[in-house]
Design a protein. Structure first.
Length: 319
C-alpha cells in the first residue's frame, strides 16, 4: 500500500500533470535555481546570459536578462538567505555576483580557469567555484577576494557544503565522494560511492540525507551522520546529471538523458511520479516551499524543433 503522502502527491500531480514552458534564452539552458524565498527562478545558459523570472500564481514572468559574461554560464546559485543576490560561474574564467534590485553585476571575480560548478556556503560567507582543471577556489562573499584554492589530482564534478556549514563535499571521476574540513582544507574522508564517475551531489533541506548521482545511472542516498548508503534508486538508464530534494525532504527528483525525470519517495525509494520530457534533462530544482519542479532540457544536435526546445525553462506542478 502506498503511503498517505505518496497518494496525496500523486493526486496533486495527476491534476497538474502538464509541464509548462517559458522562453528564457537563445540557446541551451545549463542551470536553474530558485531564490531562498521561492519568488524568483534564475537560469544560466550557453548564450552567455542569466535570466531571472518572477513566479506568479500560475506562471513564470520574465523579469530580467543579465549580460556581461564572455562565455557560457554553466552554473548559478542564489545566496542562501538573501533573496536578492545570485552568482554565476562561466567559462570566461570569472564569476559574477548580481543583485536583482539594481539588475547590476555587483562584483566580477577573476579565477584561474573555465568555471563549471559553483555553490554558496549555508552561512552566506563563502562562494566555492570549481573549474575544468579541477581547481576549487574559495571566495569571500563580502570582499570578493580569494581565500584559498585547492588543486585536486582527480576529476572534480560537483561541490557542496553540508547544511551545518562545517564540511565540504565533492564528487569525483573515480566514483568517490571526498569530504573536507572547511578552509584551510583538510581531507577527512573519501567514500567509495559508485563503481564509475560520481557526477552530482545534493543535500536534503532537513539535513538527514545527501544523494549522489553517477555515470552508472544509479542514485545513492546517504545518511549524513553515519555516512552510510541507505538505499539506491535505479530507474534511470543513463548517467545521472542532476538531483533535487523537495522542500520537505520527502521527494527526490533525478534526471539524465532518459526522456523522463524520476521522482522518488525518499524514505522507500518507490517511484512516486515520472515527468515526461522530449530530450535529455541537465538541471532540475524543486521550489523551496511547494511541490513545483523547475527543469531545463537539452536540444540535442537540433534533432528537435530547436527554436522551441532550446532555451526554455520548464515547470512541472503548476495549476
Amino acid at each position: 500500500a502506498l503511503s498517505p503522502y505518496v497518494q496525496a502527491m500523486q493526486e496533486l500531480f495527476r491534476a497538474h500533470t502538464r509541464s509548462r514552458e517559458f522562453p528564457a534564452h537563445g540557446a541551451k539552458v545549463h542551470s536553474v535555481a530558485w531564490s531562498c524565498c521561492g519568488r524568483r527562478l534564475a537560469s544560466g545558459s550557453f548564450d552567455k546570459t542569466a535570466s531571472v523570472f518572477l513566479l506568479e500564481k500560475d506562471r513564470l514572468v520574465k523579469e530580467n536578462n543579465y549580460r556581461g559574461h564572455g562565455d557560457s554560464v554553466d552554473q548559478l546559485c542564489w545566496h542562501p538567505s538573501n533573496p536578492d543576490l545570485f552568482v554565476t560561474a562561466s567559462g570566461d574564467k570569472t564569476i559574477r555576483i548580481w543583485d536583482v534590485r539594481t539588475t547590476k553585476c555587483i562584483a566580477t571575480v577573476n579565477t584561474k580557469g573555465e568555471n563549471i560548478n559553483i555553490c554558496w556556503s549555508p552561512d552566506g560567507q563563502t562562494i566555492a567555484v570549481g573549474n575544468k582543471d579541477d581547481v576549487v577556489t574559495f571566495i569571500d562573499a563580502k570582499t570578493h577576494r580569494s581565500k584559498a584554492e585547492e588543486q585536486f589530482k582527480f576529476e572534480v564534478n560537483e561541490i557542496s557544503w553540508n547544511n551545518d556549514n562545517n564540511m565540504f563535499f565533492l564528487t569525483n571521476g573515480n566514483g568517490c565522494i571526498n569530504i573536507l574540513r572547511q578552509v584551510p582544507l583538510k581531507p577527512i574522508q573519501s567514500i567509495n560511492a559508485h563503481p564509475s564517475n560520481c557526477i552530482c551531489i545534493k543535500f536534503d533541506p532537513m539535513g538527514k540525507y545527501f544523494a549522489t548521482g553517477s555515470a552508472d545511472a544509479l542514485v545513492s542516498l546517504w545518511d549524513v551522520d553515519e555516512l552510510v548508503c541507505v538505499r539506491c534508486f535505479s530507474r534511470l538508464d543513463w548517467p545521472v546529471r542532476t538531483l533535487s530534494f523537495s522542500h520537505d525532504g520527502k521527494m527526490l527528483a533525478s534526471a539524465s538523458e532518459d526522456h523522463f525525470i524520476d521522482i522518488a519517495e525518499v524514505e522507500t525509494g518507490e517511484k512516486l511520479w515520472e515527468v515526461q520530457c522530449e530530450s535529455p534533462t541537465f538541471t532540475v530544482a524543486w521550489h523551496p516551499k511547494r511541490p513545483l519542479l523547475a527543469f531545463a532540457c537539452d536540444d540535442k544536435d537540433g534533432k528537435y524543433d530547436s527554436s522551441r526546445e532550446a532555451g526554455t525553462v520548464k515547470l512541472f506542478g503548476l495549476p
